[in-house]
Design a protein around this ligand. Structure first.
Ligand SMILES: C[S@@+](CC[C@H](N)C(=O)[O-])C[C@H]1O[C@@H](n2cnc3c(N)ncnc32)[C@H](O)[C@@H]1O
Length: 228
């Protein structure tokens, strides 16, 4: 799977790409991430990609020509890619959206800054607009990393144990919250690991986990049970 990230701050993502699961996935050529500096697409002699908003008001707006022309150039390569624009005004990212995005062979992620994008970027490119939630970040980079981080878990072979992603909270194999997890030591500050998990009886363990997950979901996120 390929990601192209269009950003004014490629270095923000560079460190993240060199760590943990993502670094391994890139190394094993399961995933590739192409960082594109929007500044390289500036057309003015001062290399600016933003300007004051028509009609007045605070802040700056990302101009349409650099963004549109950058994406059109990227799309000359196959597969054309699904364009995702990160914005607090978009559809909320959830596991259903993540699973759909993971089915695409290529995502082109557009990170905004300042007051966001000139509306014509959206009108011309018709991207899918995605939000991390009802809060305002300084830029789309953190949101792009969240998209990459959630999607790569679903790319075959990245986790090394595919079952794990199927059991994760919110995933289509689960739809609720995952059960509680325990590891060594068996006792910590007087708190014991539930006996059943030490029994070696896989059927009983699986049943206990299902019940645990159901109870947690009912207590914390009853809304999820309605959608099942
Ligand atoms: C300061 S924000 C602009 C917010 C914009 N003025 C508004 O009120 O909708 C700058 C950029 O950060 C990113 N961003 C901010 N909050 C976000 C969120 N909740 N989800 C995804 N991206 C976000 C977007 O790319 C946005 O263009």
């Amino acid at each position: 799977m390929r990601f192209d990230v269009v950003t004014l701050f490629p270095q923000m993502l560079a460190g993240y790409l060199q760590q943990s699961l993502l670094a391994k996935a890139i190394d094993r050529q399961l995933v590739s991430v192409n960082l594109v500096n929007l500044r390289d697409w500036a057309t003015s002699k001062h290399q600016s990609v933003d300007d004051r908003p028509f009609g007045g008001g605070p802040g700056m707006v990302l101009m349409a020509p650099p963004v549109v022309e950058c994406v059109e150039q990227l799309q000359q390569e196959m597969p054309h890619g699904h364009v995702v624009l990160l914005t607090p005004q978009g559809k909320r990212l959830d596991q259903t959206v993540v699973e759909r995005l993971a089915a695409s062979p290529r995502l082109i992620l557009l990170c905004g800054r300042y007051e966001g994008f000139d509306q014509r970027v959206i009108d011309i490119l018709e991207p899918e607009e995605i939000s991390l939630g009802d809060f305002v970040l300084n830029g789309g980079e953190v949101a792009a990393m969240a998209v990459i981080d959630t999607v790569i878990r679903l790319v075959p072979q990245v986790l090394g144990h595919e079952e794990s992603a199927r059991q994760d909270s919110f995933s289509s194999g689960n739809r609720g919250l995952e059960h509680a997890q325990y590891t060594r030591p068996r006792e910590y500050r007087g708190r014991l690991v539930p006996e059943i998990l030490l029994s070696g009886n896989h059927e009983a363990i699986s049943l206990w986990r299902d019940e645990q997950a159901e109870q947690r979901t009912r207590e914390r996120r009853a809304d999820l049970l309605k959608d099942r």
